[in-house]
Write a protein that binds this ligand. Structure first.
Ligand SMILES: [Zn+2]
Length: 466
């Protein structure tokens, strides 16, 4: 049974900051709360999503089962078994292509699985069309996301449902696991112990570099980042979801991401009878009373995705039994963990099916809006705060944006590869290089180069005389 959960409550936060009044806050409703306020809209989204999931689950398996499925949830698929599975899938189906797009710190291949109908489009063609990207367990000790990805890629490769064939003809679906070293060692970080999900500004790890390159080149419209969390008191739903909270994210992309969380991915998990909440928010008696995670940091993939004008989100499933699991055994809980990842991914596919043109249009227009704002020096740039919290001091916000940043020759040398991966362009000059804000990366650039940026890569000189 589902429990009553958060209503559109203002979350009292543990972080220092100015909470906005409810009128200023983007609706932070859970799927349950949305269901109460907009039953008709949600009902249609759910019906489609459920039908879509049922038909995909009915896909012929053609003999290919993951070790996790073969063991009914008692054994997780190993990194070597997963690679074998992916290549079997590639060999068995025209709809699947597996390519090595990078190498981990320990030189393991990082493979990108692309799925399309009747066959996946090549990069250049796919990038011009609709692309959904699933980041399958960036943290090596959170196995359920990558299990869900393997099953979904398999089911997409064998389904006979005409709706799925149409969807896969219109959209390219990408699955990637960028941390095979963490997978092999069952560690959160990579082989050097670095948390790759804190590296999306500096791009120091080969793993984050690979994903940044994939995002730059394939231009996804939708991204879902699959994780697991350790449940605790007041934080014990079966799954959690969250959109990008960085205040610099384009408002339309922010709202589309929030809509995906509320009306699609969260709703899809709940339609399967499982409970959801908002990542990072402790909840007591239906009221969120403290925020312990899920902040604005641009170096986290969830926020980076929004800054790249991609509709994106985080999914987390509870890695242990929670009260809603009602005394299920360990393997049943493992299956629930995977089922909820699959359902969340299904929600993203449903989002794509119903909003394909809008998603593509808003990604393009957000890039144009950013370029225009950079050229006009309009808007503001935030160095702190998040979507439900203003910065606490004037250092956290620039109300009179600069035209760009001047890099010294040494700074250019140090950062040019990183800028390339972020898709940021610059102009060489006598002093080094000028990085104009009049480009799609307008919101990202100050977070890389400003002295006020918490996770900047260098402190470059802001240019205010254009
Ligand atoms: Zn994680």
């Amino acid at each position: 049974m589902k429990k009553a959960r958060i209503t559109a409550a203002v979350c009292a936060t543990a972080m220092t900051g100015v909470l906005l009044t409810s009128g200023q806050i983007p609706a932070t409703t859970t799927p349950s709360a949305v269901a109460a306020s907009a039953p008709a809209a949600l009902a249609s989204a759910r019906t489609d999503g459920e039908a879509l999931q049922r038909s995909l689950r009915a896909a012929p398996e053609e003999g290919l089962e993951t070790p996790f499925e073969q063991s009914n949830g008692s054994r997780w698929t190993s990194v070597a078994q997963a690679r074998k599975f992916r290549h079997q899938l590639d060999a068995a189906s025209d709809r699947v292509t597996v390519q090595t797009v990078g190498r981990s710190g320990d030189r393991q291949p990082i493979e990108l699985v692309s799925v399309g109908f009747p066959r996946p489009k090549p990069l250049a063609e796919a990038a011009k069309g609709s692309v959904v990207l699933f980041n399958c367990s960036i943290h090596g000790n959170e196995p359920s996301g990558r299990e869900g990805c393997l099953q979904m890629a398999r089911d997409m490769s064998t389904t006979n449902d005409p709706n799925w064939k149409r969807l896969l003809k219109q959209s390219t679906v990408l699955f990637i696991n960028i941390n095979p070293d963490g997978w092999k060692a069952n560690t959160r970080g990579n082989a050097d112990g670095v948390d790759v999900n804190r590296d999306f500004l500096g791009l120091k790890t080969p793993e984050a570099q690979t994903l940044a390159k994939v995002m730059r080149d394939w231009k996804p419209d939708v991204m879902n980042d699959l994780h697991e969390f350790g449940p605790r008191e007041y934080y014990d739903t079966q799954a959690l979801v969250l959109w990008p909270r960085n205040r610099n994210v384009d408002p339309q992309i922010h709202d589309l991401s929030q809509r995906m969380v509320n009306d699609y991915t969260g709703a899809q998990i709940e339609a399967g009878g499982h409970s959801t909440g908002i990542y990072g928010e402790l909840v007591k008696d239906g009221v969120a009373f403290q925020q312990i995670a899920g902040d604005h940091q641009a170096r986290i993939l969830r926020n980076y995705t929004g800054l790249k004008h991609i509709t994106g989100q985080l999914t987390e499933t509870a890695s242990r039994a929670v009260p809603d699991d009602a005394d299920q055994g360990a393997t049943a809980v493992n299956r629930r963990r995977v089922t909820d990842q699959y359902a969340s991914a299904m929600g993203s596919m449903s989002m794509m099916m119903e909003n394909r043109r809008q998603l593509a249009r808003q990604s393009d227009q957000a890039a144009e809006r950013a370029t225009q704002a950079g050229a006009d020096r309009s808007g503001v740039i935030y160095f702190s705060g998040q979507d439900n919290m203003l910065p606490t001091s004037s250092a956290g916000v620039e109300t009179n944006p600069m035209c760009g940043y001047q890099l010294t020759a040494a700074q250019l040398k140090d950062t040019r590869q990183t800028m390339k991966l972020h898709g940021i362009s610059w102009t060489r000059n006598d002093d080094g290089a000028y990085v104009s804000l009049a480009q799609p990366g307008r919101s990202l650039i100050p977070l890389l180069f400003d002295e006020r940026a918490e996770y900047g890569i260098t402190e470059a000189a802001p240019v205010t005389q254009c």
